[in-house]
Design a protein around this ligand. Sequence first.
Ligand SMILES: [Zn+2]
Length: 408
Amino acid sequence: MDLKVSQVSRAAVFPQAVELPPRVIGRFGDDSSGPTLIVLAAVHGNEPAGYRALRSLFSRFEKDPVELRGSVVGLVGNRQALAEGRRFVKEDLNRLWLPDTVARIRAAGDLAGEPEAEPEAEMEEARELYLEIERVLTRAQGPVYALDIHTFSGPGPAFVVFDDSLPNREFALELEVPRVLGIEEELEGTLIDYLDTRGVRTAAFEAGQHDDPASVEQAEAAIWVAMRASGVLGRSGEAEVESASRRLAAAARGLPNLFEVKYRHAIKPNSDFQMRPGLRGFQDVARGEQVGTEAGAPVLVPQSGRLLLPLYQAQGEEGFFVIRPIKTPWLALSARLRRLRLARFVHWLPGVRRLDAAGRELEVNLRIARWLPLDFFHLLGFRRIGQVGRHLFLRRRDEGKGPRDVEF
Ligand SMILES: [Zn+2]
């Protein structure tokens, strides 16, 4: 397969001449042994902090090489949108990694560098990114990790989100900022969801507000910590990791360290959603409190908790989330239950049916299994993938990560 991306095809898709950032920001270390860390930046084009952090870190590595036991590669997600300073050009690059689209991306990627006829902007970005990721996965000899760096439009502290399988958890918990569980159940087609299906251990780091210089520093700190957590970093970088960890912990001071998503406010198309000015991430909100307007009507918080990702930009599908702290012993309990592999027996419960022989997917009839809350399935390592009426569909998270084929 020719992995070169045709310049001719790109010019056809993006006729406007803007100076584009490179797809590969840098590549350091040796991928023939040890783990690999992929750092993704600017999957949303108006979130340049990760890109700036990688540029600064890599120019430092060039002058003053750091000892590595594996390799680290920095990739730009949406080059065109980054050059134009907007979230996306036609569609959100972080919502299109769905089975059908991935099949199209793969098919286009396999066509010796030529995209399908007249692809949409983000489909071309996805095709190029897919090829670059495949290149990394093909060459990697050890485990592969990915840290996807984002920022947000409102003010608020940094945090990390991850699909809560034990390998992802082990990686993400090294970042000492609040951890938010369950966002992946609310969003479809994210890039890290796709990487997860490819056996990559993943976490997404939300570094701070889009254009705050502190977000670049937070992103750089997160990359240092991720380099150690993935095992990529040799001993010589220990002092930097320590100061990076302290920096992250200082920014998170006073906040509980574990939350779960309780509510996602999906914006209706063309509804002129407006967030009430002055709201911050992680601030307390009470049930019934007005946090914005939509289609001329007040938007009220449906349940008390803390506000996450209040939207202060034009592009985006989520107005805000409501999260609630959960107790940290939950993590130890769920790890223990998963190691006991209790998920194997869960279909013995009334109202719970296996959808495949291995029991990876379940259908829960909520009329019968009314007494089983979603939390119970979370503990055992399942995530919600959908609901039709009173039927809940769940999939077991992959607890034994290793390179494997796409399941789509
Ligand atoms: Zn983002």
